[in-house]
Design a protein around this ligand. Sequence first.
Ligand code: NAP
Length: 311
Amino acid sequence: MNKTYDVIIIGAGPAGLSAGLYAARAKLSTLIIEKGIDGGQMSGTQEIANYPGIDDPIAGMILGMKMANQAKEFGAEKLLSDVLKMKLDGEIKEIETLDGTFYAKAVILTMGNKPRPIGVENEEKFQGRGLSYCVTCDGAFYQDRHVYVIGGGDAAVEEAISLTKFAKKVTIIHRRDELRAAKSIQEKAFANPKVAFMWDSVVESLHGEKSLESMVVKNVKTGETTTVTDDDGLPLGVFLYIGFLPQTDLIENQINMDRGYIVTDENMETSIKGVYAAGDIRVKPLRQVVTAVSDGAIAAVSVEKYLEENK
Ligand code: NAP
């Protein structure tokens, strides 16, 4: 049997890494399990400009690496693996992964969100073949091309602006006639001559043999449809930024949730004793890096107190 950790943290986004740092610094034996890269959703962001103290914008991927290094330096262990099952109700929590089962006295859930799909046929088929959820990862493939971004929130508009570093033109397709993004971000987009808009529009269908060749976009006010193809006859490049869904599938019937998000108290404690949640995965009013790291720190300190009280 693997050793029993004081705490296992599931997910290495800013909430998980901050929890790892605080837990390890408090001398708790700490394991962080992550299936992807450090930084989570943040690592798909080209520039983080609103994290206090970082006055020179930093790539999300770099900030993630720095947070992971810091947690490791304080003694947190990292496991790159997929979690398959969690048994959270007992005194000792069991986390089954592709690389074996791990045990802990407490667990902090920081799995965050996954990108929301648009929900049209063939969407999965075109992932990585024209459809992308990550400008940082795929933006450079579209040098001097005309690309499309779906969505009207902070992420869509910020990433559209980032894409103009590569693309000759970026068209934002948004389902309403005004953006949800913060005014300061909107202003930057409106002032950028490479950014264009298709208002009141939604993607109805995607087409192509091997890669995405065209998409049908419908104007929801007029009902008119337009078939969008690439200006130069190449496969289309479309970036989806229409929000996120919580990654709570593994714990669905075990824990108290509200519309898919985990309910916690202000100490990040969930409905299960010894189980805490931090970051975007929990019910909260503001999902930002700065609030995720704050949640992570609070969760780790709560675990420390819980272990002290339940020695
Ligand atoms: P978001 O704020 O939820 O925006 C999602 C956008 O996608 C909205 O414009 C929404 O349209 C649209 N949308 C949703 N479902 C759709 C569908 N099925 N079809 C077409 N369009 C759809 O998500 P986000 O931009 O990813 O941001 C998530 C959170 O992270 C927010 O709290 C945001 O403030 C934060 N964030 C902050 C920054 C920053 O501060 N710099 C950067 C990135 C993200 P409607 O507007 O019509 O609802």
